[in-house]
Structures are given as structure tokens and as C-alpha cells.
Design a protein around this ligand. Structure first.
Ligand code: SAH
Ligand code: SF4
Ligand code: F3S
Length: 532
């Protein structure tokens, strides 16, 4: 039962006094929830523990750092084991079917922990929560989830925590009023209305039971879209020496297989000054490597082009001590000569380029709505190599897109052989409901897809082996990141081109950039020795 002291920290007056502008509103709720957590800590004698589990891409990883920042500010210790946590957030991905399955597996395994500790708070957010069917499924099959929010209102998390604590203390909020004028995809106003009705009808035994159930329903707040970018909220660095930096959000491309534009909304770019300030702050904290993030960085439109932004960032990084700049992802249709030149002239931009191919066949690329053909892709990739012969190219490829014939697939293999990618992320096409390709009739059977996937992997692995063999014996710079997962006598780092290297060493190496002689190629990583 919640004590009076705690209840007094959650009153209607406190809620009504919240500012209506952002980020002030969320800072206010951070302070209020922190007061609650600190009272709880003095009652329990120990700090609360929080765990954020991240699925999906770099964008989600960056969002999770923001969640961890808020949680730390509230007073939680951040831990890695969700089974031990008082608060767990799952930041979800829905780009392929197996991403969804990951969530359900992990949630299922938390059921016992929640049973043992009903005060535990479980929250689900991220891309999957922008799909109403998935929210319904959670409410029915995983009723022990407490807070659900989406990608557009991640920053309102402090307010949602406050709302949940009020609900648990027997107070009623209509979460719908908290959307601050934004259009709602899904919220918990239905539950609030039902609860209100029950309260009006009084305190019969059966009413009380129904009420009890409604108080246990999750706080849901998922917005349809949001054209604002809210800056200046807390964030926690996962690594002290490298940092992802959002430059733009969302995607306008609507590739016919892809769910991302539906769950991440339309493109919006941050102002250059905000980006520069974040980079300067990183440098002050000793960050050595930054990665500029966006679903399509080269359609950045914050008043200057992406090439100009990159050039400006490169110029400032020399003075402030950031050694490496990376960026991802780029769309081949927007890859300008200006960007290739800017990259070639830059001093700190890593010679690494991720250029998703998806398919090498013209008719498939057309049906994918990619706005380039095989010739244009080859032209861009080869131009990059010509301008920077030491560049490392990586790509994404989808096998088994609806209607893909053997000859379409051979076109993909042809591009792979011509470009000779240093790494390729290969995916089996996954049908995403709501995307145009999901209703295409000529879906490919599993056995054919599997066969093509294996053949592609074989060709690509051979190329990787040949490319990497050529690097053995070279002395190259490595930024050391962590102890090796498999052997604590080894330290793991990254070459400028993004490939992993393991060297014998101690943890003092972590965070430094040193010269390493590469001694052996293991296809997905090198082993080597520090020589300088
Ligand atoms: N914005 C990035 C990609 C984001 S999603 C870009 O355009 O490159 C990452 C990768 O997932 C995509 O490049 C694509 O190869 C893959 N992908 C997206 N939707 C998929 C689907 N329905 N089935 C299989 N792979 C998919
Ligand atoms: Fe998806 Fe295409 Fe946008 Fe990439 S560019 S996120 S693949 S729609
Ligand atoms: Fe997944 Fe969302 Fe990224 S769907 S790939 S986490 S943008």
C-alpha cells in the first residue's frame, strides 16, 4: 500500500502546476518523480534500479540513452539485468518479423519477476508501439505491462511515469489530456472514462473489483506524429569515448517493403547550431568519435546540405579534439558529388560508407520504390571508390522481395561482385502489414529464398575474405572500446573503416586510439598487436 507521505507527492495540485511548454514540462515531472523516488529510497533503504533493453538500429540506441538519462536524473541506478530491475523499458524495433518476436520472448520471461514484485514497472516503447494492433496484443496477452509510449513522444516519459504513480496511488488521470494538442494514435482515455463511471456508481463489491482491474491497466500514450524536436533533455552516454548524434529524424522515402516511415514519421532535421553544440559538449567530455545519425542523412535539410554540415563539423572537430566522424545511413538516390568531394577533403571523416543496395535488379528496384537503377548505384559506388581508394563500403541487401526471379537475383549478385563490399547485411524479405509490398501477390516461397540467401552469403563471404586478407600486415589506427566478450585478456577496438580488431592488452587501452599491426583475418574481425 502506498503511504500518505508518498501520496502527497502526487496530488492534483502538483499535476495542475506543471508548465505547458517543453522541455520545461518534462523537467518539472523529472523533479516530481525524483522526489517520489527519493522518499521511496528512504523508506526502502536502497536506490531503485532501472534497465533499458534496446532492439533495432542506432536511432533506437540513441533514444535509449535519452531514456537512461531521464532515469538516472530521477534517481535510478542503471543496470543491465532486467530480471533484477525495479523499472524495465523495452525499446522496440519492428523492421522485420523477428524483431517483434524478440520483444515477446523477453516480456514472457519477465512475467515471474513481476509476479514476485508487483511494484515493478514494465514499460514498452519504440517503433513497434506505433502500430495499434501491437498495443492491443500487449494489453491482452501481456497485461502486466504498465507504460506504453511511442517514438514521437519519448520525451514525455517523465510525465507518463508520474501518471502511472498517480494511478497506482488511486488517482485518476485522463492521459488523453497530456498529448498537449498532438494527434493521438492510442491512449488510455477509454480506461479512464470507464473508471470514472465506476467511481460515480459507488463502492459496491463488484465495482471495486472492476476498479482494481482498471487501475492495473497500462498508461498508454502514443502520438500519430510530431513535427517538433524537443532539445535539452537529459541523456546518458553509453560509451565515454564515442557518441551517436541525431541530425535528422524520420523518413519520407516509403520504400515499398519498409515500415520505418510509418513508425518514425516524416523527416525533420535538427538545426545546425543544436548539432554543433552537442558535438562541442561531447568533446568537453572527452568523446573521440561521433556518428551522425538519420534514416537518410543525405537528405538532411536544416538550412544547409548534408555535405555542408559534414564539412562544418569536420572543420570544428580538429580544434576540439574529436578524431573520428562517421555517419549513417545514406540513400543512393541522394548521394551527391558534393558529398563525395566533402568527404574526400575532410580530415576527420572515416573512410567508411554504408550505401544500401537492397537489390541489383532494375524492375525490383522500381517495385521497391528506391528511385535508382543498377547503373546509377554502380556509378555512385564506383565514384566513391575512385575518389577514395581506401574507402570501405558496406551495404544492406534484401533477398526474396515479392516477384524476385532468378535473373533478378543474379543482377544482385552481379553488383556484389562488381562493387566488392567490405561488409553486407543480408536480410530475408519480411512481410510488414501496412506496407505496399505486403499486398503484392507474387510472394516468394521459403525454399527458393533460403537457397538464394545462402548463395549470396557464399559469394559475399569470399569477397570479404579476399578484401581483408589484403589488409593483413598493415599498421592502422584502432579506437579501443571494451574488453573482448570472449576473452578478458583481449581488448576490442574498431579500425577507421569500422572493422573490429582484438589485441592482447589491458583495460587501460580503452578509449585510446593506437596503431595496431593486423596479424590475422578472421572474416568478421582481425587479431593484431599494438605497435605505436
Ligand atoms: N534508412 C535505411 C535503412 C533502415 S532499415 C536505408 O534506407 O538504408 C535497415 C535495413 O533493413 C534496410 O536497409 C533493409 O535492407 C532492411 N529492411 C527494411 N525493411 C525490411 C523488410 N520488410 N524485410 C527485410 N528487410 C528489411
Ligand atoms: Fe525504410 Fe527506405 Fe526509409 Fe530506409 S529509406 S528507412 S529502407 S523507407
Ligand atoms: Fe527498427 Fe525502428 Fe530502427 S523499426 S530499424 S528501430 S527505426
Amino acid at each position: 500500500m502506498i503511504s500518505e507521505n508518498l501520496k502527497n507527492l502526487l496530488t492534483d495540485e502538483i499535476l495542475a502546476a506543471a508548465p505547458v511548454t517543453e522541455p520545461e514540462r518534462q523537467h518539472y515531472f523529472i523533479d516530481r518523480v525524483r522526489a517520489y523516488a527519493s522518499e521511496l529510497k528512504s523508506l526502502q533503504g536502497e536506490a531503485l534500479k532501472a534497465c533499458v533493453v534496446t532492439f533495432g538500429c542506432q536511432m533506437n540506441a540513441r533514444d535509449s540513452e535519452k531514456l537512461e538519462g531521464i532515469l538516472s536524473d530521477i534517481g535510478f541506478d542503471i543496470i543491465n539485468d532486467e530480471q533484477e530491475a525495479d523499472f524495465v523499458a523495452f525499446n522496440t524495433c519492428t523492421v522485420r518479423e523477428n524483431a517483434n518476436e524478440h520483444l515477446y520472448g523477453r516480456l514472457g520471461r519477465l512475467k515471474q519477476a513481476k509476479k514476485a514484485d508487483p511494484d515493478m514497472i514494465i514499460s514498452v516503447c519504440g517503433c513497434m508501439m506505433q502500430e495499434t494492433d501491437e498495443i492491443e496484443k500487449l494489453k491482452v496477452k501481456y497485461p502486466y505491462v504498465d507504460i506504453i509510449f511511442g517514438t514521437h513522444n519519448l520525451y514525455t516519459f517523465p510525465e507518463l511515469m508520474f501518471s502511472l504513480l498517480r494511478k497506482r496511488s488511486g488517482r485518476l488521470d485522463e492521459e488523453a489530456v497530456n498529448s498537449m494538442g498532438h494527434e493521438i494514435l492510442k491512449d488510455s482515455s477509454d480506461d479512464a472514462l470507464r473508471l470514472e463511471k465506476l467511481l460515480r456508481y459507488g463502492d459496491s463489491k463488484s465495482n471495486r473489483k472492476d476498479m482494481e482491474k482498471l487501475y492495473r491497466k497500462p498508461v498508454v500514450s502514443v502520438w500519430k506524429d510530431n513535427s517538433d524536436i524537443v532539445e535539452q533533455l537529459p541523456s546518458k552516454r553509453k560509451y565515454p569515448f564515442k557518441q551517436g548524434i541525431n541530425i535528422m529524424f524520420g523518413c519520407n522515402n516509403f520504400c515499398s517493403y519498409c515500415i520505418v516511415p510509418y513508425v518514425r514519421g516524416r523527416e525533420k532535421s535538427r538545426k545546425p547550431e543544436e548539432i554543433y553544440e552537442e558535438i562541442r559538449n561531447c568533446a568537453k567530455d572527452g568523446v573521440k568519435e561521433i556518428m551522425l545519425l538519420g534514416q537518410n542523412v543525405n537528405s538532411y535539410s536544416g538550412g544547409i546540405s548534408f555535405a555542408e554540415l559534414l564539412k562544418n563539423i569536420d572543420d570544428m572537430c580538429g580544434d576540439i579534439g574529436i578524431d573520428r566522424i562517421r555517419f549513417m545511413t545514406s540513400h543512393p538516390k541522394d548521394l551527391s558529388d558534393e558529398l563525395i568531394e566533402a568527404m574526400k577533403d575532410a580530415k576527420h571523416v572515416c573512410r567508411q560508407f554504408h550505401l544500401p543496395l537492397q537489390s541489383g535488379s532494375d524492375p525490383i528496384l522500381k517495385r521497391m520504390n528506391r528511385h535508382y537503377d543498377k547503373a546509377k548505384y554502380l556509378d555512385r559506388a564506383l565514384k566513391l571508390k575512385e575518389a577514395m581508394p581506401d574507402i570501405s563500403l558496406s551495404t544492406d541487401i534484401i533477398v526474396g522481395f515479392p516477384g524476385e526471379t532468378e535473373s533478378d537475383f543474379l543482377e544482385t549478385l552481379d553488383v556484389v561482385e562488381k562493387v566488392r563490399f567490405d561488409s553486407a547485411y543480408t536480410f530475408i524479405y519480411s512481410k510488414r502489414e501496412g506496407t505496399p509490398a505486403a499486398s503484392y501477390e507474387d510472394q516468394i516461397d521459403e525454399a527458393t529464398v533460403k537457397d538464394r540467401f545462402d548463395r549470396l552469403l557464399k559469394v559475399q563471404n569470399k569477397i570479404v575474405d579476399e578484401n581483408l586478407d589484403k589488409m593483413v600486415g598493415k599498421k592502422l589506427k584502432v579506437l579501443f572500446e571494451e574488453l573482448s566478450e570472449y576473452d578478458d585478456k583481449l581488448i576490442t577496438g574498431k579500425l577507421e573503416n569500422g572493422i573490429t580488431v582484438h589485441v592482447p592488452g589491458t583495460k587501460e587501452l580503452i578509449g585510446s586510439i593506437r596503431e595496431v599491426e593486423l596479424t590475422e583475418n578472421h572474416r568478421f574481425y582481425f587479431t593484431g598487436n599494438v605497435v605505436g
